[in-house]
Design a protein around this ligand. Sequence first.
Ligand SMILES: Nc1ncnc2c1ncn2[C@@H]1O[C@H](COP(=O)(O)OP(=O)(O)OP(=O)(O)O)[C@@H](O)[C@H]1O
Ligand SMILES: [Mg+2]
Length: 235
Amino acid sequence: MAILEAKGVEKVYQNQVERVYALKKVDFKIETGDFLMINGPSGSGKTTLLNLLSGIDQPTTGEIYLDRQPLSRLSDSERTVMRRDKVGLIFQSFELIPVLTAGENVEYPLLLQKIGRHERRKRVKEVLTQVGLEEQMNRLPSQLSGGQKQRVAIARALVTRPKLILADEPTGNLDSENGMRIIRLLLDLNRKYQVAVVIVTHDLTLNQFARRVYLLKDGVFADQGGVENVEDRLA
Ligand SMILES: Nc1ncnc2c1ncn2[C@@H]1O[C@H](COP(=O)(O)OP(=O)(O)OP(=O)(O)O)[C@@H](O)[C@H]1O
Ligand SMILES: [Mg+2]
């Protein structure tokens, strides 16, 4: 079953001097339990696509269906709630709240979901441990390295136990050991709970873990490939 579907999606950015066709007629489907990579050069439309898929931004034409609900027909607040409850978003620029500690940043989505204090504490500790940051829990983002901030952003995306994870360069600031830890964690969630994962990345070595690989070029998907047995490669 498709957890997310994009049909004929286009995005045009218009300012005073020019029109940028960031995405051109993209059709895209994410099934429950998928594990996909999207590659593509800088400026090819990867972040634009993730912003549309998550309902943060709206397409100029076309429709996005999240769990079969057309996002354009929802109000802003309905869209926000859908995203909050179903999608774990890992931003390229982290988007941490500077005045909150690492632990509080991770806890924040659970507060919005009105999850009780005891359960919040438990889940925050669990995900921070999974990304290897339990000891940095009380630090502010300004007291963390780039890679640590990235891992806090990942923990925050996982803490709500979403059905779909959209990750923009999630290993971009990590050394290979921590990068592998994150990939293993995402693969593990994918296998155990059928969480669908979409990873946007320049790092072609990550493609070996994907069930399907897409290449975005100038706002269109240029190619499609992939491997089936990622388990063998992790052994
Ligand atoms: N708000 C905006 N206004 C105008 N143009 C924009 C805006 N946001 C993005 N663009 C343009 O849209 C195109 C796609 O940008 P996008 O950020 O999606 O690329 P990307 O593939 O994520 O690149 P990178 O790998 O560098 O992160 C680029 O040409 C960019 O300059
Ligand atoms: Mg980008």
